[in-house]
Design a protein around this ligand. Structure first.
Ligand code: UDX
Length: 429
């Protein structure tokens, strides 16, 4: 099928590339001409494992191309996906101005029937607004269907999540676009759930807030474990093997961040309020998440007492492993907190240092993770990168004034660390 994806961010670029990989002809549109030039020259503006190879392969095969023109994309495809940002606003609601603008641009460019698919995470009833907008701005007065097809990919695992989705959700207002959507997704061999548009939009919010709830739940359990002398990882294993609960998303730590969970939770609370429901449960999820950071900072200050004039080495800046994304990163929040208390920071991240520089000035960026500890009073792990498990502990110990490690992601074994004579503080153990 001929597809266009508008927006080449984490969702749009990976979605377009994976659609091309299964044989569709895909045009990726972005209004940022500089970004389009980078993509046309074979560059990838984001880090996502496996993406670069797939983009190259599909561009070479003639199934994937990039343009800055929405009209080019719309007029040369049957289905147009909207994958533009929906950033949070100060009151917790979502800024839908990019969606509205793209809807107008699609409407202006349409000269024949199109299926317009909303892939961005949007509040329930956005589909109705997009339909109204296209109707109003479509000079050619052609027929169209607006549908909702929420994306569940995780950054850092986006290619895998897209190629092997757990499920595909398609929210429609009529039967007409269903066959085309099934044709697009059949190669992915996943269950396809057809719903109404409002339900599809709610599924995304309900899924993300449930996962955030799971993380806050285990973080609350971690607090109890610390007080009771239990081990949160053993508790997670013990409950996670119950298939009804599941072990995934039960990793205690510094709490959740990223461009989705914090924003989607606030938006869902706001949407619920608008339809007359006070979602106190989700407000508590947010509170536990904020507390988690405070409790971790307290752990550091309880041990080091005064941070002023102390140097800390921080491993991890991305909001999670396998990504260069630092948006709403707990690791960056932690750095800001430590700087505010007067600490000097030496920091390292395998992929996110370039993006971090813009929002985290006044720290020393260290290229080699094993060199971070040099001259520091303590080390802190803030992101769950697998490579941090390979940290040269002997070298770190030599570099530190005292062998102190605050592990915000539970990467090391407390018993082993004790044997190696480290003062080791983790979460819930
Ligand atoms: C999330 C959803 O998982 C995905 O389905 C949706 O499409 C977009 O939002 P993403 O933001 O990429 O994906 O990251 P995710 O892997 O869900 O992690 C979010 C945050 O939770 C990270 O900060 C991570 O460190 C934290 N986390 C995750 C935990 O603290 N513990 C866990 O057990 C899992």
């Amino acid at each position: 099928m001929k597809l266009t994806i508008i927006g080449t961010g984490y969702v749009g670029l990976v979605t377009g590339t994976c659609f091309a990989e299964v044989g569709h002809h895909v045009i990726c549109v972005d209004n940022d001409a500089a970004k389009v030039k980078v993509l046309q020259a074979g560059g990838i503006p984001i880090y996502e494992p496996g993406l670069e190879e797939l983009v190259k392969k599909n561009v070479a095969a003639g199934r994937l191309r990039f343009t800055a023109s929405t009209a080019d994309g719309v007029q040369n495809s049957d289905v147009v996906f909207i994958a533009v940002p929906t950033p949070p606003q100060s009151d917790g609601s979502v800024d839908l101005s990019y969606i509205e603008k793209v809807a107008r641009e699609i409407a202006a460019a349409m000269t024949s029937y199109k299926i317009v698919v909303d892939k961005s995470t949007v509040p329930v009833k956005t589909g109705e607004k997009v339909t109204e907008t296209i109707k109003r701005y479509c000079a050619a007065k052609v027929e169209f269907d607006v549908i909702s097809n929420p994306e569940f990919l995780r950054e850092g695992f986006a290619v895998g999540d897209l190629m092997k989705p757990d499920r595909v959700v398609i929210g429609v207002g009529s039967q007409r676009p269903v066959a085309a959507m099934q044709e697009i997704y059949t190669p992915f061999n996943a269950p396809i759930i057809i719903t109404d548009i409002n339900s599809a939009e709610l599924i995304k919010h309900a899924a993300n807030s449930f996962l955030a709830l799971k993380i806050s739940y285990i973080n609350a359990i971690a607090t109890i474990c610390e007080a009771a002398g239990a081990n949160v990882q053993e508790v997670a294993q013990g409950i996670g093997l119950d298939e009804r609960i599941g072990r995934r998303f039960l990793n205690a730590g510094l709490g959740f961040g990223g461009s989705c969970f914090p924003k989607d939770l606030s938006a869902f609370i706001k949407i619920s309020e608008q339809v007359g429901y006070d979602f106190k449960l989700l407000k508590e999820v947010q509170r536990i998440n904020a507390d988690q950071m405070e409790r971790f900072v307290k752990k550091i200050t309880d041990t080091l007492w005064v941070l002023k004039d102390k140097t800390l080495g921080v491993l991890g800046l991305a909001f999670k492993q396998n990504t260069d994304d630092v948006r709403s990163s707990p690791a960056i929040d932690l750095c800001h907190r430590l700087l505010k208390d007067g600490a000097t920071l030496r920091v390292h991240d395998p992929k996110a240092m370039e993006k971090a520089r813009a929002i985290l000035p006044g720290v020393t960026y260290v290229d080699d993770m094993n060199a971070v500890a040099e001259g520091c009073d303590a080390l802190v792990i803030a992101t769950e990168w697998d490579e941090f498990k390979q940290l040269d502990l002997a070298r770190a110990k030599k570099g530190l004034t005292h062998p102190i490690l605050f592990d915000g992601r539970n990467l090391f074994d407390p018993a082993e660390m004790e044997k190696l004579d480290w003062i080791y503080k983790s979460v819930g153990r």
